[in-house]
Design a protein around this ligand. Structure first.
Ligand code: OGA
Ligand code: MN
Length: 202
């Protein structure tokens, strides 16, 4: 379903892409259901290892749940990402080794201040992916993903609408989640170049 070739072209030319109706409607629906069922399993997100949550809550206010691939829907998602990973390696030579992803829930008032998902030279996270699961999202609900370019200039605001997928190069695009006024559900994922046993936090 995912048009891997056009994703690869977009990443090569502009470094990011926004895809609407990204997944089969039935899969999107099932992933939304999983988020709904998970509701009580979300835990407060921190920022790296040895989190000081007091401090972290000034930077991000969301709850996450790592995806294990233990439902049919999440397995299907992980399979689609495996396929994308091999195409990215085959055609863009990114040398990706694995994909990790978590559900995220931003309650009303939730946000994530401007950050990069990876730092040059330490590039474990190479490609970032964010997938949104918010039926009936309205502009007045806030919660946009705001992207900046490599020189830190404002690039665009992206509403977290249902079945929308955003992909960008992790080192190149500072970004933030603007305060949301509604519950906001998403899956954030990263293609990484390190092996699972690295255990070095991000
Ligand atoms: C993240 C992130 C963006 C979003 O989890 O690192 O930047 O739109 N998420 O949820
Ligand atoms: Mn991020």
């Amino acid at each position: 379903m995912l048009a891997n070739q056009s994703i690869i072209n977009a990443l090569a030319t502009q470094g990011y892409c926004v895809i609407d109706q990204a997944l089969e409607p039935s899969l999107a629906q099932a992933l939304w259901q999983v988020a709904f069922d998970f509701q009580n399993d979300f835990s407060r997100a921190g920022i790296g290892r040895g989190d000081d949550h007091q401090l972290a809550s000034n930077i991000r206010r969301d709850e996450i749940s790592w995806i294990q691939g233990d439902t049919q829907a999440t397995r299907q998602l992980m399979q689609a990402m495996q396929a994308l990973q091999s195409d990215l390696n085959k055609y863009a030579y990114l040398g990706l080794k694995r994909f990790e992803a978590h559900y995220a829930h931003y309650p009303p008032g939730g946000f994530y201040k401007k950050h990069l998902d990876a730092f040059r030279g330490q590039s474990n996270r190479v490609v970032t992916l964010v997938y949104y699961l918010n039926p009936n999202w309205q502009p007045e609900h806030g919660g946009c993903l705001r992207l900046y370019d490599e020189t830190d200039q404002f690039l665009l605001d992206i509403e977290p609408t249902f079945n929308r997928l955003v992909i960008f190069m992790s080192e190149e695009f500072p970004h933030e989640v603007l305060p949301t006024h509604q519950d906001r559900y998403s899956i954030a994922g990263w293609f990484r170049t390190d092996q699972l046993d690295a255990l070095l936090g991000q």
